[in-house]
Each structure stands twice: as structure tokens, then as C-alpha cells.
Design a protein around this ligand. Structure first.
Ligand SMILES: *Cc1c(COP(=O)(O)O)cnc(C)c1O
Length: 410
């Protein structure tokens, strides 16, 4: 092979030259991962409490997932939806067995799963009640993805402003304000969409009474209730899906992030009577139901769906939460630890507010990868397979990082 025309070192500097400037990634460039650990080219090791934003549910390079991927890679990669494929059928069946759902639509991401859910809700209302029933109610600060429909339904205008005219018929109410939701909903509403924990905007749990009120309000007005469990699903919160813990069943459920264990896949789940409204040609995706992603997702659900696995997530979540509370108290840095299972948010005290990003940077210096959820919340979402010793080690690194920042003048 002739040498490349511009032999360049593949490094962070090259990233800045060749990538669209949409992100501001850390300087770290991992080369390899195993379980809850990542290594860079210099052999420096990081404990990964970010898991690719709550995606790598079974950690990095899980042997079972590697096997599932390699086996499928030797058989069939892609056929599109002009043909059917066994891994997708098996995955749909498994999702139906494990949840309220009777039908599954496959997409490639959380945004696309929500896009499908919102379009289905509109189509369903159109078919059954006519064109005027198209109102969508979402919550302030919600995050539902970055396609233009999903980002406009999301409740942070900074993400949807300045892209031209927005789709209409979308209203926002205050999160956890049942009275506001009840005042806003009417017979022109086709859907209410909720995150059960607002992940991106601060790890804010939905109050069970609010979720129940949304369920009842949707019943009264023939609107569909959509739960966006893109972040809270696939065992992240100690149940396969968080609504199963709450005991409130949606009409449509969206799932992605952890579902593929790191391969891109999303899904929209519903009962048959709702799915019926997506007739042939109503919606689609070239890659949706991709055999590689589905083969891995089947294995992910087999492993995470086991009751022992979910019990372990709850147990490790408690351990992590206790450790975070202790650090919060010791340094007066966290005023509240919220979330469920292994999706936890540490809300900064007034003295520390605005410094979540600084904390993430300091943690990385101490070999710990973490996330923010807005400027005032440190978010942790380690792989569900993290070991107790690794949790303890991560907590030590976090304490060292907080101590260092406190010493440097708080
Ligand atoms: C991450 C996320 C999305 C968007 O998922 P993508 O795969 O990035 O499109 C949507 N909803 C919630 C709740 C999320 O956390």
C-alpha cells in the first residue's frame, strides 16, 4: 500500500483539525477498556464512572458481548427492513416478554426512538380522533434527544433555538407539577412525554404522584403517555425499566443507551393497538433492527434481565450513594444525592455551584471519569458490572479531587 498522503499522528490535536466542533471532549484518549476501566496510550488507567454516558452497561469488552458480536459478525451484518433477520425478531420478542409491550420498532438511537414515539402518537390521534388532536405536552428541562422534533419537545430552549421554525403543537409544563399538567392537558392533547429521572438536566427524579397524575390525565383525555427511559432503562436504576419499580405503565416506552451495551440501537415499545397506527410505509429506518446491534442487545438483556443482576445494581447503588453522602458531608460539597440505582446525581452546595465541570476535570486527574448534569450537579453512571472494590476506589479518587479543589481555594 502506498504511504498515506498526510501521515499524521492520530491524537487529540488531529481531532480538533478534522472533526466538526460540536463537542469539547476531554484531553484523554482511551485506547482500550475492560470492565469499569479504560487505558490510554501511555498506559494510564481510568476508573470509568461515566460509561459513555450511561451506555456501557456491562462495562468495556464484556466477554459475553464480544462473543455475541463476533458470532454475528461471521454470519450477517445488514439486510435492511426489506428482509427480516433472526436477532431482531428475537430481541423484539424478548422486550415484549420483559415489559408491557406487544410490538417493537427499532431505531439507532434515543432521539430516533423518541422521534418514532412522537410521530406514532400524532398518527394514532389523527387516525382515531382527527387532525386537531396533535398537542404534545413535555416538561421544562426535559431532554429527549437532538433530532429537530425531539429537541423541540425537550425542555431546554438553548438546544432548539436558532435553527429556524420549530414544529408546532408542543407545550411545556413544570416538571413534577401535577396541577400545571392537569391545567394544560385537554382533548386536543395526543401525548404526554416524561423522563422518570431527568438525566441531562440534573438527575431529577419524577415524583411518583406526578407520574400517576400524568397517567390519569392521559386516560381522561385519550392521550398517550410516553416514558422516555433512554437513560433510566436497561437496569440502570435497579429495575429493568424504572416504571416497573413505580408501577405505572406507559402507552409507549423508548429505550436506547444501555440497550446495545455500546453498539448503537434504540427501540420504541407499545401495545399492539397503538402500534397498529404505524401501518406499512408510515415510518422507517435503514439501519433499524441491524443484526449486529440486535445480537449484542439480546445478550445484554439476557444478562441484565436476571433478578440477581438487578438486585446487585440496587446494592451497589446504595454503597455508592452512602459513599457520596459521606464525601458531601466531609467537604460540604454535596447538599443532596439523588437518583436511583447506578444513576446518581450529586447536587452541589451553594459554595460549589457552577463548578461541576471543574470537579469532572479534577476527578480525571485522579484517574476517575465522571459526568455533569448541568453546571451544579456531578452525575455518576458507572457500568452495572462495577465491583465493590472499584466503587471504593472511585470514591477515594473523588474525595482526593474534591480535597484538592477545596485546598486550592474552594
Ligand atoms: C441520551 C438521551 C436521549 C438521546 O439519545 P441519543 O442516543 O443521544 O439520541 C434521549 N432521551 C434521554 C432521556 C436521554 O438520556
Amino acid at each position: 500500500m502506498p504511504p498515506a498522503k498526510n501521515p499524521a499522528r492520530i491524537d487529540r490535536a488531529l481531532y480538533d483539525r478534522v472533526m466538526a466542533p460540536t463537542y469539547a471532549p476531554m484531553r484523554i484518549m482511551p485506547q482500550r477498556g475492560e470492565g469499569a476501566r479504560l487505558w490510554d496510550a501511555d498506559g494510564k488507567v481510568y476508573l470509568d464512572f461515566a460509561a459513555g454516558i450511561a451506555v456501557s452497561a456491562l462495562g468495556h469488552a464484556h466477554p459475553e458481548l464480544r462473543r455475541a458480536l463476533a458470532e454475528q459478525a461471521g454470519k450477517l451484518w445488514h439486510v435492511s427492513n426489506l428482509l427480516v433477520n433472526a436477532p431482531a425478531i428475537e430481541l423484539a420478542q424478548r422486550l415484549c416478554e420483559l415489559t408491557f409491550a406487544e410490538r417493537v420498532f427499532f431505531a439507532n438511537s434515543g432521539s430516533e426512538a423518541n422521534e418514532a414515539a412522537l410521530k406514532l402518537a400524532r398518527r394514532h390521534a389523527h387516525i382515531h380522533f382527527g387532525a386537531d388532536k396533535h398537542g404534545i405536552i413535555a416538561c421544562d428541562n426535559a431532554f429527549h434527544g437532538r433530532t429537530f422534533f425531539s429537541v423541540c419537545v425537550g425542555g431546554q430552549r438553548k438546544y432548539s433555538d436558532n435553527f429556524g421554525p420549530k414544529p408546532g403543537g408542543i407545550a411545556h409544563v413544570r416538571f413534577n407539577d401535577a396541577a400545571a399538567l392537569e391545567a394544560r392537558i385537554d382533548d386536543s392533547t395526543c401525548a404526554v412525554i416524561l423522563e422518570l429521572i431527568q438525566g441531562e438536566s440534573g438527575v431529577m427524579p419524577a415524583h411518583p404522584d406526578f407520574v400517576r397524575a400524568a397517567r390519569e390525565a392521559c386516560e381522561r383525555h385519550n392521550a398517550l403517555l410516553i416514558f422516555d427511559e433512554v437513560q433510566t432503562g436497561v437496569g440502570r436504576c435497579g429495575a429493568l425499566y424504572l416504571h416497573q419499580k413505580l408501577g405505572v405503565i406507559p402507552d409507549i416506552l423508548t429505550t436506547a443507551k444501555g440497550l446495545g451495551g455500546g453498539l448503537p440501537i434504540g427501540a420504541m415499545l407499545s401495545r399492539a393497538a397503538v402500534a397498529e397506527s404505524f401501518g406499512v410505509g408510515a415510518h422507517g429506518s435503514t439501519f433499524g433492527g441491524n443484526p449486529l446491534a440486535c445480537a449484542v442487545a439480546n445478550r445484554v438483556l439476557e444478562i441484565i434481565g436476571a433478578p440477581e443482576m438487578l438486585a446487585a445494581v440496587r446494592c451497589k447503588g446504595e454503597m455508592l450513594r452512602d459513599g457520596l453522602a459521606a464525601i458531601g458531608k466531609r467537604f460540604a460539597v454535596f447538599e443532596e444525592i439523588r437518583g436511583e440505582g447506578l444513576l446518581l446525581g450529586c447536587a452541589l452546595t451553594p459554595d460549589w455551584r457552577g463548578r461541576a465541570r471543574d470537579l469532572v476535570t479534577a476527578c480525571a486527574r485522579h484517574g476517575l471519569l465522571t459526568l455533569v448534569a448541568g453546571p451544579d450537579v456531578l452525575r455518576l453512571a458507572p457500568p452495572l458490572v462495577i465491583e465493590e472494590a472499584e466503587i471504593a476506589q472511585g470514591l477515594e479518587a473523588l474525595a482526593a479531587a474534591v480535597g484538592e479543589l477545596a485546598e486550592a481555594g474552594g
